[in-house]
Design a protein around this ligand. Sequence first.
Ligand SMILES: Cc1cc2nc3c(=O)[nH]c(=O)nc-3n(C[C@H](O)[C@H](O)[C@H](O)COP(=O)(O)OP(=O)(O)OC[C@H]3O[C@@H](n4cnc5c(N)ncnc54)[C@H](O)[C@@H]3O)c2cc1C
Length: 461
Amino acid sequence: MSLISSEYDVVVIGGGPAGSTTSTLLAQGGLNVGLFEREKFPRFHIGESLIPETYWVLKRLNMLEKMQRSHFVKKYSVQFINANGKLSAPFYFWDNKPHECSQTWQVVRSEFDQMMLDNAREHGVDAHDGVHVIEVLFDRAERGQGSSDGDGEADRAGRGQGIRATGVAIKQDGVRKEIRAKVVVDASGQAALLMNRMKLRLWDPVLNKGAIWTYWEGAYRDTGKNGGATMVIQTPGKDGWFWNIPLHDNIVSLGVVAPFDYLFKGRQGNHEQTYQEEVENTPAVKERVKNAKRVTGYFATRDYSYRSTQVAGNGWVLVGDAFGFLDPLYSSGVLLALKSGELAADAIIDGLARGDTGAAQLGAWGETFNHGVDRMRRLVCEYYDGFSFGNFVRNYPELRNTVTDLLIGDLFTDKVDKVWGPMESLYPDDKQRLPTWREGMVPEAAQHKANELTLPEGRTP
Ligand SMILES: Cc1cc2nc3c(=O)[nH]c(=O)nc-3n(C[C@H](O)[C@H](O)[C@H](O)COP(=O)(O)OP(=O)(O)OC[C@H]3O[C@@H](n4cnc5c(N)ncnc54)[C@H](O)[C@@H]3O)c2cc1C
C-alpha cells in the first residue's frame, strides 16, 4: 500500500476531471489535499468532446500548454444535420470570439484524465489511484440529536442539521483505513457516493434518454478546419441523434442517443442490433462508416440525467457528475465538472481561511451554478422538442452569436438570456410547458430508474 496520510485539509473522492480540478486548485491555494480514485489509471471513460469555455479553467490549472502540445484533435466548430439529411452551416467558435479559447479539443478520456491527475500530483495533490472510498464519515460527537443509524445521520447532514463530514473510510488491497479531513469533496461521478447515501437525487422530469456507442477506424472525416468538428446528426424519424466525434489515430466515436423506451424497450435484439438498425436508418451516418472498421464492442448507458437538491452540506461538497449530469447533446459534461470544481475549490479555500466549513459557505456557488446548468438544459430540451438552429438563425441572424455563446458553454451570465424570447416566438401553438428540474420525476417513474453503464464483454474501465 502506497503511503497515505491519516489526515488532510481536504479529501477528494474520485480522480475524473471534477476531482482533478478541485484538488489542483485547492493545492494551489496552499491546502494539503488527498485524492482517492478507485480505478487504476488510465481507465476508460465516455465524454470526449470538450467545449471552448473549458479553456479558462484549464488555464487556471496550468493545463493549457499540455493540451496545446498534446495529439488531441483540435475542435473549432459544431455542426448539425437534420432529420432530412440537411447540413447546417458550421457554428465556428472563432467567428463568435476571436480568441485562442475558441479552439478546443476532442480527447481520449483515458489519456486526458491521466494528464489531469498527473497535473494534480505536480501541484502537490497526494493522489492515489486504485483506492476505493467506501464511505464518508460523519461527526459522531455531534450526534445524539436523533437515531444513530448511518442513513439517518447522513440524512440529517444532508439537510444541514449540525452533523458534519469529518473524513472518509478507504479500502486499498482489502485493508480499511479511516482518514480525517476538514472538508470532503465528492467527485465520484455517476457513482454519486454522497447523493445516493443521502437520497438527494432528483431525476430530470423531461430528459430520459439512453445511449449506445462504439468506435470506428477509418470513418469519414472532414478536412481542414472542419476536421475536428462534432457532428450532431438527427435520425430520420427524429427519435434520436448520433454524435460523431473525430479522435486521434483515425478513430471516430459514434454514438446514438434516444429516449430510453425507444432505444431499450421492445427492441428485438441486443445493443449491437439496435445500434446497427439506427445506423442503417440514418443515411448521413451510414455513409460515414461505410468504409470503416469497428474497433471495439458496444457501450451503453441510461438514466443519466439528474441533479442533487444540494451542492453542499456541513463539511462536504459535490462536484461534477457527483452533483448532476444533464445530457450529452452539447458536450457540456466536462465543462460543468471543471466549472463546479473551480467554484467549489474557491468556496473551500475561502471557508477554511475564515474557519467556516458550513453548508452555506461551501455551497455559496450553488445557485449561480444551477442557473447556468438551467440555461444549457433549456437549450437541450428545446432541441429535443423540435428547435432548429438553422431556422432560428434564419429568423434571428443577429442572435447567431448569442446562441453560439450557449454552445461554447458561456452559461454563467445573463447576457445569453436574450435568446429565449425570440425562441418562444417560433413555438408552435401546441407547445407544452417545460417542467423545471426541481419538479423532479413522478415517484412511480423514478422508482424504475437505474443509472447503468454496460461495457463490451470482457472490457473493464
Ligand atoms: C453518453 C454520454 C456521452 C457524453 N459525452 C460527453 C462529451 O462529449 N463531452 C463532455 O464534456 N461530456 C460528455 N459526457 C459527460 C462526461 O462523461 C461527464 O460529465 C464527466 O466525465 C464528469 O466528470 P467527473 O469528474 O464528474 O466524473 P467521472 O469522470 O466519472 O470521474 C469520477 C471518478 O470517480 C471514481 N470513483 C467513483 N466512485 C468512487 C469511490 N467510491 N472511490 C474512489 N473513486 C471513485 C470513478 O472511478 C471515476 O474515475 C457524456 C456522458 C454520457 C453519459
